[in-house]
Design a protein around this ligand. Structure first.
Ligand code: AMP
Length: 465
């Protein structure tokens, strides 16, 4: 039979590489804790409408890249129908009104029963988190600081650093305006957190690109100016840009077609269209960043791919990534909650591409991998039991030991080879004589030095390097 491979654009993350992923996730969890962020986990699929409304129909993500399918709602409606039938039977002709109500509900459910519901694998996580914020009325908690780590799905052309299932580390600060969610102090806090996070995982030469995309009022004026400027040149641009020019001209700045860039370079700049409150907000974000010593460069072409962004928009880039140089992106989305049917809930957040973060690490897999402190080699029949007892003792000791366990059928030479292969520091021989004496031969593999150690002293001896 033919073999089955992973689907194009997806990949297996294998050891030892997964040690780097664990290192990244442990480190970011530590950083989030220090900034008082708490974890949120939302489903990996949501109703398609959430992304259509929360990300924007005109974005590449929604118009081209989503994994969407029709999911039949049949089972739930069957259960509902059964419930209604039970109620009808037990009521048995009591009030005419109730019976009529139940019958008409039944007819309605019957009609809707096989109507499909459109579902989508999440292409990003902000919309899902804001949906959860609204669903659970989390404004009661004041300012919410969430983080989340998990897979996202986009049908993009796969290449190095770009996958169809990839992982994002997200953070969002969201809450009612009265909780200070609009404050530029939050934007600066998020950006300073990111600088700390990248430093902590050991990524040094990053660049923070910063912009303000203003508020909806600014954008009406900016869009008008853009449309005007595009009119005489748009027929020289790519097909996508020609479409964007009429539907949502701001998206023209997403264009990557080289021939279009000289035209785009001459288009009006959002920085000239910010109103007084937006300019002040942006100045304050920059002021705090300077005060805490986080470097940035201003890039007023940075508009980000999503519709709900307002004011602060940013990207961190890293040269080592080549074409896919954005490690992370984020910004403010003050209007998103309302767009999803919720109350005013200004917010700011980011998504780090974990795949790209791991690709830009200078740490090696060897540095991130913990190899066994000891390989226990049972020698001869009946020794598996003794070795298992010892392994249990050592693994449960307070010395935080990594213990690998062999098999009594291995000859001594094979045990040594196995210990070498897993890069154990010590090998511990468990033979009949050792068990009788309750003292074991412990050999340091690099130096070849061997000592006999009483059972009670083993954990301490192995943990002392
Ligand atoms: P976005 O949600 O588009 O702002 O993306 C945020 C970050 O996720 C980007 O800066 C990338 O690092 C990462 N990212 C986006 N799309 C992909 C992909 N297809 N493969 C790997 N990483 C991605």
């Amino acid at each position: 039979m033919g073999k089955i491979n992973a689907v194009r654009g997806t990949r297996d993350l294998l050891p030892p590489d997964t040690a780097l992923w664990n290192f990244v996730e442990d480190t970011v969890r530590d950083v989030f804790r220090a900034y008082n962020f708490q974890e949120i986990r939302t489903p990996i699929f949501e109703s398609t409408e959430l992304f259509a409304r929360g990300v924007g129909e005109e974005t590449d993500i929604v118009s081209k890249e989503m994994y969407t399918w029709e999911d039949r709602a049949g089972k739930a409606s069957d259960q509902l129908l059964e419930m209604l039938e039970n109620i009808r039977e037990t009521l048995g002709g009591s009030t005419e009104e109730t019976l009529k109500y139940i019958s008409s509900s039944k007819a309605q459910i019957e009609a809707e029963k096989w109507k499909a519901q459109s579902l989508t694998l999440r292409p990003e996580n902000t919309a899902g988190i804001v949906r959860a914020y609204i669903e659970h009325k989390m404004w009661d908690r004041g300012l919410n600081k969430f983080f989340s780590i998990g897979p996202m799905f986009r049908r993009e052309r796969p290449q190095k650093g770009r996958y169809r299932q990839f992982y994002q580390i997200d953070a969002e600060i969201i809450g009612p305006p009265s909780a200070g969610s609009e404050s530029p102090a939050r934007d600066a806090e998020i950006l300073e957190l990111l600088a700390t996070l990248l430093d902590r995982v050991g990524i040094k030469d990053w660049t923070l690109e910063l912009n303000s995309v203003g508020c909806p009022n600014d954008r009406v004026k900016f869009n008008e100016a853009l449309r005007k400027a595009l009119e005489p040149v748009v027929n020289k641009m790519c097909a996508d840009c020609q479409r964007r020019a009429t539907t949502n001209p701001l998206r023209v700045f997403d264009c990557k077609v080289p021939e279009d860039q000289p035209i785009i370079e001459k288009l009006p700049r959002i920085s000239h269209f910010l109103d007084e409150p937006c300019s002040k907000h942006f100045e304050e974000v920059k002021g705090i960043l300077k005060a805490v010593g986080v470097d940035f460069v201003e890039n007023d072409r940075l508009v980000r791919g999503l519709d709900y962004y307002t004011r602060t928009a940013f990207e961190f880039t890293h040269g080592a990534l080549g074409a896919q140089k954005a490690i992370l992106g984020g910004g403010r989305y003050d209007g998103l909650s309302e767009a999803l049917g919720g109350p005013a809930a200004p917010g700011i957040g980011f998504a780090i591409g974990e795949d790209r973060l791991v690709l830009s690490l200078s740490k090696s897999t060897e540095e991130a991998t913990r190899t066994p402190d000891v390989y226990i080699a049972p020698l001869g029949e009946g020794m598996n039991r003794e070795a298992a007892r010892l392994a249990r003792e050592l693994r449960r000791s307070e010395k935080d030991l990594v213990v690998e366990l062999g098999d009594e059928s291995f000859r001594l030479k094979k045990s040594f080879e196995a210990a070498d292969k897993v890069k154990a520091r010590y090998i511990l021989i468990v033979g009949e004589n050792e068990v009788k004496a309750d003292a074991f031969a412990l050999k340091h593999l690099a130096s070849g030095k061997q000592v006999t150690v009483p059972r009670a002293e083993l954990a301490a001896r192995i943990s002392s390097k």
